[in-house]
Design a protein around this ligand. Structure first.
Ligand SMILES: [Zn+2]
Length: 403
């Protein structure tokens, strides 16, 4: 069976909920009365606003897209093959809008425009679906704009939000109270390996290794299995504990980590930055002369500045995300060492550095290993709280060296 929920790995409960709701939505649609109830009720659980929660990599946005496809499905089951399913999954359905915040937060103007468009009648006669990835990155004003729409939803509009959790830091209590929550769990490494083999044609042993090394993060596992650069980056991060032999080495390691994150971020945004800029310049008629060209140029300068500001914000976000991935890998190494020090019968996350973790555990003991693990986690927290990444990483490296 290969319907739209097929790739939602290890999430049977959530899939049951979404199937039931999509079925109910199809019935409501066919009787022409989309009166939806919050949190269950006669509508079979279909409602206007949903929050998909779960740890990174659990498939929040995969779940939201699959559900959107099921809502737009012609037979109403999420068959995976009809034009409704197909265009939704391909990102080209006219009535499905996807918001992926590129900067550090989703702004109010973006949200207002979105809410306005979401209120229009669906062109296919089904639902207007708005998917908001990283809803935890909404600004307060944007959150308020969204709240208004969720409080009085247009009859055929469905909002699908994705967030790490329903903690008030991630999603406002008032929005949360209007939404049905679909909790996703971290899929098991076995489930992730299975999907890599089946869907992406990865060799079973590579799939198992990548699934374990990324702790059940489907997207990262796929990248690690298929992208040599991703493997090199991981190897460089895991070499850090071995390299910390002096104060100077600690500072060097901090610089290397920051620079690697910058390089990774730059390569991920460079192409789209260039495309956007040339598209804007073309739209503004760059190089035009004649009457009005001077005042047009003044207006263009503003638009280009605006684009540059957005691109800078996106680059900052990409850098932080890259650095965070490195810190997660590093934390897992110290976690492996801690398991050894405590004699816990648990498989290591990084099988290929297990020996190094063994050696570390013997010289640091459980207490020293725990302090190091905590140093990595505090570094993540500090960066999230807007401490300058270089300062946070240098402090971390010194703690990792001294113990
Ligand atoms: Zn379908």
């Amino acid at each position: 069976m290969s319907d739209v929920f097929h790739d939602l790995v290890g999430q049977d409960e959530a899939v049951d909920t979404l199937r039931a709701a999509a079925g109910a939505a199809a019935v409501l649609r066919s009787v022409g009365d989309p009166t939806l109830e919050i949190g269950g009720g006669p509508g079979g659980g279909m409602t206007h606003a949903w929050i998909f929660t779960g740890p990174p990599g659990s498939g929040r946005s995969v779940a939201a897209r699959a559900f959107a496809a099921a809502l737009q499905c012609l037979p109403g089951t999420g068959c995976g093959t009809c034009p409704g399913c197909h265009t939704t999954l391909a990102g080209t359905h006219a009535d499905v809008r996807l918001v992926m915040p590129e900067g550090l937060s989703i702004g109010v103007n973006e949200m207002r425009a979105l809410v306005l468009r979401a209120a229009s009648t669906p062109s296919g006669g089904r639902w207007q679906v708005v998917i908001i990835e990283d809803a935890d990155r909404l600004t307060e004003a944007a959150g308020n704009a969204l709240l208004k729409a969720v409080e009085e939803p247009p009859p055929r509009t469905v909002f699908l939000l994705c967030a790490p959790s329903t903690h008030p830091d991630d999603i406002s209590v008032t929005i949360r109270s209007r939404c049905r929550v679909v909790p996703l769990r971290q899929p098991s490494a076995d489930a992730v390996a299975e999907v890599l083999v089946r869907r992406d044609g990865v060799a079973p042993d590579v799939a198992r290794w990548a699934a374990a090394a990324t702790q059940g993060h489907v997207g990262r596992a796929r990248r690690l299995a298929g992208d040599p650069q991703a493997r090199e980056r991981r190897a460089a991060v895991l070499a850090v504990p071995r390299r910390l032999t002096s104060v100077g080495a600690a500072f060097d390691a901090a610089s290397a980590l920051i620079e690697a994150a910058e390089a990774e971020a730059e390569s991920s945004v460079a192409e789209i930055d260039a495309t956007e800029r040339s598209a804007l310049e073309t739209a503004l008629g760059a190089g035009g002369t004649g009457r009005g060209a001077a005042s047009a140029a003044r207006g263009s300068a503003g638009q280009i500045k605006d684009l540059e500001r957005r691109q800078k914000s996106r680059a900052t976000r990409a850098q932080r995300d890259a650095l965070d991935r490195a810190l997660v890998d590093l934390a897992a190494f110290y976690r492996d060492a801690l398991m050894v020090a405590l004699g816990a019968p648990v498989a290591p996350v990084h099988a290929d550095t297990a020996e190094l973790a063994d050696t570390g555990a013997r010289s640091w003991q459980a207490e020293g290993t725990l302090r190091r693990l905590e140093a990595v986690l505090s570094c993540r927290t500090a960066i999230e709280a807007n401490v300058k990444p270089r300062i946070a990483v240098e402090a971390m490296m010194l703690s990792l060296w001294k113990g």
